[in-house]
Design a protein around this ligand. Structure first.
Ligand code: PEP
Length: 261
């Protein structure tokens, strides 16, 4: 039932992770990262930026020792070899990344990534010591036909099948309704909570320790809706696209996360 969680864990910190997608330049990133650093010296939540791969070295140089972690937006499902254009988890780890996004809907739709592939990517990330931010979510047609729970839990089931029981407690989950990404349409807090609780239930079924997993909401989270979304018991933060490219908006969402219950 929306608003209620069976798995309240007071130790679960909120996480705000920016997904920069294919935006940025060395100069623009420096301004954005320095702005974020200036506003995050005393944060009580987790903060991260997931940047285009060519900028991982810049993140390492500017963010090392700060409260802001960084990560990539995709990883190969292979360990190494003849995979032109791909990046292995070990390569990403060399830049001291903490996170890598896997299964973003733009990768699923633009690169035909299946749940099996997403699971293998998550497994590679975990093996290299990275935390995968695993994205799941339904399309508008699926929501309108009442298939949201079936779709999201089906995605999660396959992905969890590719990783060990122990590793199920070492991931971050992002519920990103596809119809809300970059559209300005947002799930209501109750809609988000309902799916987050289902996701948490599935994670905990796999491993009781997974109640500590941060389940993020993504899809047009902005300063004006972030507080309400994150007041829900199973919404542990946000995966932020557009608003992550504006210092003031990103920091306002970070403040909302730090202030949330
Ligand atoms: C995203 O790309 O993961 C995302 C949530 O984008 P936006 O915040 O722009 O909807």
């Amino acid at each position: 039932m929306p608003g209620l969680s069976k798995y309240v864990d007071p130790m679960r910190r909120k996480l705000i992770a920016g997904n920069w997608k294919m935006h940025g330049s060395l100069a623009a990133n420096a301004a954005l990262l320095n702005g974020i650093l200036a506003g995050t010296d005393a944060v009580t939540c987790d903060v991260a930026v997931c940047v285009p791969a060519p900028y991982l070295a810049q993140c390492k140089s500017l963010l090392s020792g700060s409260a802001v972690a960084w990560g990539a937006q995709d990883v190969s499902m292979h360990t190494s070899g003849a995979y032109t254009g791909e990046m292995s988890a070990a390569m990403i780890k060399e830049f001291d990344c903490r996170y890598v996004i896997v299964g973003h809907s733009e990768r699923r739709s633009g690169h035909a990534e299946s749940n099996e592939a997403v699971g293998r990517k998550a497994a590679q990330a975990l093996k290299a010591g990275l935390t995968p931010i695993v994205c799941v979510g339904e399309t508008l047609v699926q929501r309108e036909s009442g298939a949201t729970a079936e779709v999201v839990l089906g995605q999660l089931d396959t992905i969890l099948g590719a990783i060990s029981e122990q590793d199920a407690a070492r991931i971050v989950l992002a519920y990103e309704p596809v119809w809300a990404i970059g559209t300005g349409k947002t799930a209501t807090p109750d809609m988000a909570q309902e799916v987050h609780a289902l996701i948490r239930g599935k994670l905990v079924e796999r491993n009781p320790a997974a109640q500590s997993v941060q389940v993020l909401y993504g899809g047009s989270m902005k300063p004006d809706n972030a507080g309400q979304l994150m007041s829900m018991p199973d919404v542990d933060g946000g995966l932020i696209g557009g608003a992550a490219l504006k210092v003031d908006d990103f920091l306002a969402i970070v403040r909302a996360a730090c202030a949330a219950p």
